[in-house]
Design a protein around this ligand. Structure first.
Ligand code: ADP
Ligand code: MG
Length: 227
């Protein structure tokens, strides 16, 4: 009898501990889960700051890792307040922090992405609402950057990741799409941003903003069930 009870208790524990599937991820984001998700994304950037700076040193001015680290550290400082907010305010507040702290070209662009997500998404978005909100936020980045896919920027990760998600991909699929898309910027010639000043010499290097986008998406997907 007690064995059965223990078995049942074990089952319950497994069910509660398991990461929610990406399709369910945006429902019932409680405070603790928000805190963990924000921290995971921010810490992924901190862990890769030197790599991002090295990528930017090759085809830019070598500040992208430093810029992003400064931005996410400001986010981490406000973790308590952020995780107590509803999703729209949380995203808008993160966006404002990125605009003011990251600087460079990427600060306003990431700021626009998060501000637009905050504007588009309801407090508990369904999968379909998240797909649509992510698409609208990418459109806002394109408008702000006067840029589009194929120009060797963060959009070359954001767009394919959104498409993989829109096509029904789970967290593992979206993560793989984002990481592969960042790698796929290496053979591209930059036609937007500082790297475009290098022309042909930008070929052969991964775009730093594409890589930072892939890192944030990968961390988010890991939180929501990617292996
Ligand atoms: P800066 O180039 O001002 O030093 P960062 O180094 O922080 O800014 O960010 C560079 C990244 O910003 C690039 O790798 C690229 O992905 C992204 N980026 C730059 N300009 C644009 C743009 N017009 N549209 C989209 N992304 C852009
Ligand atoms: Mg730079």
């Amino acid at each position: 009898m007690s064995e059965i009870r223990n078995f049942r208790a074990g089952e319950m524990a497994v069910a509660t501990d398991a990461a929610p599937r990406l399709s369910e991820a945006f429902h019932s984001l409680d405070r603790e889960r928000k805190r963990r998700t924000i921290a995971a994304v921010a810490e992924r950037i901190v862990a890769h700051a030197d790599e991002l700076t090295a990528l930017d040193a090759a085809i830019g001015d070598g500040d992208h890792g430093y810029n992003m680290k400064r931005g996410v550290e400001a986010v981490l400082q406000d973790l308590d307040a952020l995780s107590a907010m509803g999703l729209p305010d949380l995203l808008k507040t993160v966006g404002m922090k990125l605009v003011t702290k990251v600087g460079g070209a990427s600060g306003p662009l990431y700021g626009t992405l998060f501000l637009a997500l905050g504007k588009e998404l309801p407090a508990e978005p369904s999968r379909a609402q998240f797909v649509a909100g992510f698409e609208a936020a990418i459109a806002a980045v394109r408008a702000r950057g006067k840029s589009d896919a194929g120009q060797k920027t963060m959009l070359d990760v954001l767009i394919p990741a959104q498409r993989a998600f829109a096509a029904g991909g789970d967290a593992g699929v979206v993560k793989k799409a984002a990481l592969a898309a960042a790698e796929a910027t290496a053979p591209m010639r930059a036609t937007r941003g500082r790297a475009s000043f290098l022309g042909e010499r930008s070929v052969g290097h991964v775009d730093p903003g594409a890589r930072s986008s892939s890192l944030m998406i990968a961390a988010l997907c890991d939180e929501f069930g990617a292996g």
